[in-house]
Design a protein around this ligand. Structure first.
Ligand code: SF4
Length: 161
């Protein structure tokens, strides 16, 4: 059986910058330096859905958390959070190691540190209710593959080791 049984959950746009609001994409596709670390360490990558893409599609304008914080968008995020916690629980109850969740700093939806985004608020609330303790890390808002990634990759390697 070739499974590593090691999983990480990542915000959608870490693997696919094509869903990011114009003009904020910071790569053509994936954040290669982050994904390379995961592939080299045989870690399974669970990609979270992109809530903003689901809600407003590709032509959306940049918006603040306050602008996003309406019932319909909350509900999308609550449903994603419930689904995600079910997935995490299935992994944990089958002996998998869930290494953590990677968010996007300063996103109104996917930021974990500081002012939490709406998805991460919903997700962390349910994880707390279920007594599931995970590690969390945010991709910094000045992240770019290459030199600018180096500091973050050191921190990231500590999380996935
Ligand atoms: S909503 Fe989250 S996954 Fe979608 S583009 Fe923004 S930060 Fe990335």
């Amino acid at each position: 059986m070739e499974r590593s049984k090691r999983i990480i959950l990542v915000s959608h746009c870490i693997l696919n910058q094509n869903t990011v609001v114009y003009p904020l994409a910071r790569a053509k596709g994936a954040y290669k330096d982050i994904i390379r670390e995961l592939i080299n360490n045989d870690i399974g990558i669970h990609q979270l859905p992109c809530p903003e893409y689901r809600f407003l599609g590709l032509k959306r304008e940049p918006m603040t958390k306050e602008q996003y914080d309406i019932e319909d968008f909350r509900n999308i995020n609550k449903n994603i959070a419930i689904d995600t916690v079910n997935i995490i629980e299935e992994y944990l109850s089958n002996g998998y190691e869930v290494l953590g969740i990677v968010g996007i700093n300063e996103s109104p939806t996917c930021s974990i540190n500081g002012n939490k985004g709406i998805l991460m608020e919903e997700l962390i609330n349910i994880l707390n209710d279920e007594n599931i303790n995970l590690s969390f890390i945010d991709v910094p808002n000045d992240y770019h593959d290459g030199e600018k990634a180096e500091k973050f990759i050191v921190e990231f390697k500590n999380l996935i080791k």
